[in-house]
Design a protein around this ligand. Structure first.
Ligand SMILES: [Zn+2]
Length: 285
């Protein structure tokens, strides 16, 4: 992505210098957003470190000068991506006679407190509907590249745009509606709704990529492939196979690799918000 020199969002709360004391390693599972969302709406705060208790905690070592430089560059990059999402979503909302309320991005290192509870780097990037904030530990960039084999700047751009997609769902009332449905459902149904929400966030990420490219032509060749590769890498089936060696569809909460690729691509190819009804996806019912 051609990002250097472009506008960086000012809706950023940089807490990387604030010591969380500990960092959890391992994991790297993207988006426990639905879990957070439902816990938020049901009034239970949740400590994300308890979701993945198998992850060992270790001290959070200070960064070397070189690491700090790389981290700062990544911070600049995600600020540009966030600014690009603001431009696109402001336009789309105003075309529909609505006003877009821009989310805040919290950059943290190690651990962070949110309105949805405490989180660690191992939780992966997430969106908290309770405070309308996106939370990203930039070490996820390395997880994408090395642990999930999804390198490239646009892989990370896709992740940011996906979290912004959850913000869109929050603004449009989808998150609340789905939560009501979920409260009357069994666990496998709960997971089904989670998958639909996640796939719609992927679709919105694709819609963003479509419009940002159409208006500004800032994508490099291969960027969409990087995003599709990341969507493929963080499908539940791939992650489950990597971690447990078997696939349990009922436990899916984000969608399979093929589903994630399908919905991101659909958003990217159409750029049309109306095409994003993942709740009518026959393969999910
Ligand atoms: Zn998500």
């Amino acid at each position: 992505m051609k990002w250097i020199g472009r506008r960086q969002s000012s809706n950023v709360d940089d807490r990387r210098g604030v010591s969380g004391g500990k960092i959890a390693t391992g994991g790297g599972v993207v988006g426990v957003i639905i879990y957070l969302l439902f816990n938020f709406f049901s009034g239970n705060n949740v400590d994300l470190s308890q979701i993945q208790p198998q992850l060992a905690e270790q001290s959070n070592p200070p960064l070397t000068d070189e690491e700090k430089k790389a981290d700062d560059e990544r911070a600049s990059f995600v600020k540009v991506v966030l600014a690009e999402t603001e431009d696109v979503w402001n336009t789309i909302f105003s075309q529909n006679g609505q006003q877009y309320s821009e989310p805040t991005l919290v950059l943290f290192r190690g651990r962070v407190a949110s309105a949805c509870g405490h989180a660690s780097a191992a939780s992966g990037p997430f969106y908290c509907p309770g405070d309308n904030q996106l939370y990203i530990d930039l070490s996820f960039y390395e997880d994408l590249q090395y642990k999930l084999n999804a390198p490239g700047d646009f892989a990370m751009a896709y992740v940011v745009a996906h979290e912004v997609g959850h913000h869109i769902q929050n603004l449009m009332g989808t998150a609340e509606k789905i939560n009501r449905l979920r409260q009357q459902s069994r666990e496998s149904e709960f997971n089904k709704y989670s998958v639909m929400m996640e796939l719609q966030a992927d679709f919105y990420a694709g819609v963003w990529a479509h419009h940002t490219q159409k208006v500004k032509a800032i994508l490099d060749e291969g960027d969409i492939e990087e995003a599709l590769n990341a969507a493929n890498a963080i499908g539940d089936d791939r992650l489950q196979q990597q971690t447990t060696g078997e696939i349990v569809p009922d436990a899916f909460t984000h969608g399979t690799s093929a589903q994630r690729v399908f919905w991101f691509r659909k958003g990217y190819e159409t750029g049309d918000m109306k095409q994003g009804n993942t709740f009518n996806d026959a393969s999910l019912n």
